[in-house]
Design a protein around this ligand. Structure first.
Ligand SMILES: [Zn+2]
Length: 380
């Protein structure tokens, strides 16, 4: 039993700042009130108690090539199979990859991240490598695998089916680089098999304007439209929506994950987040390739708050930005099978961190001012 006392807690799904104590027993929040004080006391005076983060999109394998490829095109950097990232991953030994992934997982843990959703390259072997590497680190990887058989204009559907079945035995789902590399029938098969297994189907869409033009030329549909029709649970990016892509998001089974710093790093555009939030959507946010960005959610949130306000020329609430990384994932209408995230409420798991409060606005203090040394407690 322990009590986190005297802090400003970000309570409930709405992250309402509140001066209350939290009583925790065996990893579960059992009471929140002004006067509860039992067991071990953790003093959070002048501190903020926040739910931990979900980093909803990473590629931690490319920790091995941080900041390489600057100035090249997006295709030259990340497109399989010949982007510099894929060549580097293929050339790397398991040991090199394992220790690089561990480094990034510890960094994420120390920055208040409880879960991360990783697009793991390297097929089944790559999935197993990350699973094993994460075993002794208090962070939960949600691993989305892929396989070389998925690519190309004339895929062997039998091979694809076998690969999907094997992947889904060990992975939490499948994450695809994009429609540019795969055929619609492969996408549909993957979505169907993931749905049958209760697992996640995810794909990058509309990352650059070029891929949208290619998709329209090839089949008369945008990439998000194809993703909605195939039945993906999660689409990533949509920095370049066209036609009715935003309106149709609400009608689809997909939830959206945005990666604004990555889109900036690759000079591909800015996701129209304000417009998407105004439609009542609950997007998630991720730091994307570690070769491009550190997996630090505070950096992602500060960049996102400010670039989105500048881009839309209007006010966006810092709380709405903070929810991208915390409680949006806890809503029932965010359709990501198997994703369990907790928030600060009675009955929820203790999944929180405590950070110094450096201004009179707790959420802006976190977004604008938190450094790693400000985090004084991380729940196990
Ligand atoms: Zn990505």
């Amino acid at each position: 039993m322990k009590t986190i006392a005297n802090g400003i807690i970000l309570k409930g799904l709405d992250l309402t700042p509140s001066r209350e104590n939290i009583l925790i027993d065996d990893g579960e929040i059992i009471e929140i009130s002004k006067d509860v004080m039992e067991g071990e006391i953790i003093d959070a005076e002048n501190k903020i108690v926040s739910p931990k983060f979900l980093n909803a999109h990473t590629h931690i394998g490319d920790t091995i090539i941080k900041d390489e490829g600057d100035g090249l095109s997006i295709g030259e950097i990340v497109r399989p199979p010949n982007g510099i990232k894929h060549l580097a991953l293929e050339a790397a030994s398991d040991e090199t990859l394992r220790s690089a992934m561990k480094e990034s997982m510890w960094q994420m843990h120390d920055l208040g991240i409880s879960h991360f959703m990783d697009y793991r390259e390297g097929g089944l072997h790559g999935v197993k490598l990350l699973r094993k590497a994460s075993e002794d680190i208090p962070i939960k990887p949600i691993i989305l695998g892929r396989d070389g058989s998925f690519y190309g204009e004339d895929p062997n559907m039998h091979e694809v089916k076998v690969a999907v079945r094997k992947l889904l035995k060990h992975a939490d789902g499948i994450g695809l680089s994009g429609f540019g590399e795969i055929e619609t029938e492969v996408a549909e098969l993957i979505c169907r098999k993931c749905a049958e297994a209760g697992k996640i189907s995810s794909i990058h869409v509309a990352e650059s304007e070029g891929v949208q033009f290619d998709s329209l030329e090839k089949c008369g549909k945008t990439e998000p439209q194809r993703a909605y029709e195939a039945g993906f649970n999660q689409i990533v990016h949509m920095a370049n929506p066209k036609n009715d892509d935003i309106e149709n998001l609400a009608l689809s089974k997909s939830s959206l994950t945005i990666c604004p710093r990555s889109n900036g790093a690759l000079n591909v555009g800015i996701n129209p987040l304000k417009e998407i939030l105004d439609k009542g959507e609950k997007p998630l946010i991720g730091t994307d390739n570690i070769m491009l960005n550190s997996p630090n959610m505070f950096r992602e949130l500060e960049f996102t708050l400010k670039i989105m306000k500048a881009y839309s020329r209007s006010y966006i609430s810092p709380k709405d930005i903070f929810k991208l990384a915390t409680t949006n994932a806890c809503h029932d209408d965010v359709n990501i099978p198997g994703l369990d995230k907790a928030y600060i409420e009675v009955g929820q798991k203790e999944e929180l961190f405590i950070a110094n409060c450096k201004s009179n606005n707790p959420i802006l203090s976190l977004i604008n001012r938190t450094e790693i040394d400000d985090i004084v407690y991380i729940s196990k």
